[in-house]
Design a protein around this ligand. Sequence first.
Ligand code: 13P
Length: 255
Amino acid sequence: MRQKLVVGNWKMYGRLERNRTLLEGVLSGVRDLTQAAYGVCVPYPYLAQAQVMLQGSNVAWGAQNLSQHEEGAFTGAVAPGMLVDFGCRYVIIGHSERRALFHESNDIAAAKFDAAIKAGMTPIFCVGETLVERESGVTEQVVARQLDVVLNHVGAAAVAKSVIAYEPVWAIGTGKTATPEQAQAVHAFIRAQVAQLDEQTAQALCILYGGSVKPNNAEQLFAMPDIDGGLIGGASLVAEDFVAICSAANAAAAG
Ligand code: 13P
């Protein structure tokens, strides 16, 4: 059986003191939840804080972006090796906010995916359609295109070391969650796409759902056969809510 995973995406939120309280709450809340895996992806300046506070715990940490380059004259960018220096396990790649607001293309996302794998991190690669795309019935085509670029670029061995997150853009930060059935259908589609590349990789692949996952809908989402956990935005900033979502994953994993 695939492991359940819950990862918080803090986005551009946090301050040293607030983070401390949040991480203390998360640590004490998930300490005894031994059936699933947990992580938080924090803004770059707080990686050192996450490392110091989470080292040796059952909460891993990571970043929300990285450069595809090893080093060089790239003002403002952060290299994969720098994230590794701070013990990052995860790095989010291709989030719709980066695609829309920072004009990251599928090709750039694929290069970043590759760079993350080469540095020994686990990329959390995000795909998902906009509302207009869903309403015009092209969800699968959009997701397939986003996936294909990476699958063709990095190959099955790299995909096996990654996590995919299905994040419908219309559900992010809107309070509108995909129904468990809507999400399950796209997750099954993603797994089938990966199976065309390699069946074993597809069966073992962790596919997270992201988009307004809250304590009151996590249980139903995580009960679906192809939903292996969640990528959590807003609710990951409230310790009690994040712990409740982790607890739902733990319970789903425990069966
Ligand atoms: P919300 O949980 O706030 O909708 O954000 C989802 C997300 O974008 C996680 O990456």
